[in-house]
Design a protein around this ligand. Sequence first.
Ligand code: NAP
Length: 232
Amino acid sequence: MGTAVLAEALLQNEDLQVFVVSRAGVAPEWLSAEPVYQTTRLDFVGGDLLAPKTVRDALQAVTPEYNVVGCISCVGAITPWSQTNMVRTCGDANINAYTISRELGAAKFAVITRDRSNMHDWWYPFPYLIPGYYEGKRKIEEFVAHDAQNAGNAICLRAGFVVGTRRTLPGLPTSVKIAVPLDGLYKAVNRLCPTIGVGELAGAAVRFVLSERKAEMALVPNDAIPDYFEQP
Ligand SMILES: NC(=O)c1ccc[n+]([C@@H]2O[C@H](COP(=O)([O-])OP(=O)(O)OC[C@H]3O[C@@H](n4cnc5c(N)ncnc54)[C@H](OP(=O)(O)O)[C@@H]3O)[C@@H](O)[C@H]2O)c1
């Protein structure tokens, strides 16, 4: 998801300088094979959102000469497998991302949360398997939705299962080379649960962040994502 957002940001506005905060602080190796990422407009810096000072320091070092237009967080994890870790990574790490983006003067903020439409279906296993994930997503959604002072400038995109090619596997470092196309699998999933294309999701996040228009609501449902913030 994160690398799809980078591609969209670089393509949607050619004047943007894009900074990526990741724990590794360097581009994953496979990016070197993709022309869109071969630009001096893309910089990687190292930081861990569960140690927010590392992110604050890294961004304060590189952004002072820029007008920071926005921040998009694609942070979330179910591994290492612990409910506490899921709450912290999906919730607290994203609250730190939002707080730091506000400190940097970013006008807009978008974070990827989770579609809830199957939550109460008896056959849907995830609320029982990964309650910490949903609890973390609820935490960042409440934090954003209750920030009345900044209403309209921050959104949570409530994504269904994301369809595209996976380049990372949860729990494995990004140096492990994989490319798993999920399109076929998710055609089947789509009969039961909402899905969203990775490009559609990235496009919506970037359009919102680059627009001067405010959002009508903080929580954006999955089915509103494909056309979200398209020109009227
Ligand atoms: N995939 C789906 O079907 C789906 C559906 C709905 C919502 N979402 C949400 O969409 C977002 C992106 O999903 P994805 O599938 O692209 O997940 P992913 O490939 O697992 O990416 C998650 C990212 O979070 C980063 N991260 C984790 N902990 C961090 C920390 N403490 N500090 C900084 N970065 C940290 C990871 O960076 P490292 O490289 O350092 O590990 C990784 O780049 C997540 O919030 C996910 O919950 C995904």
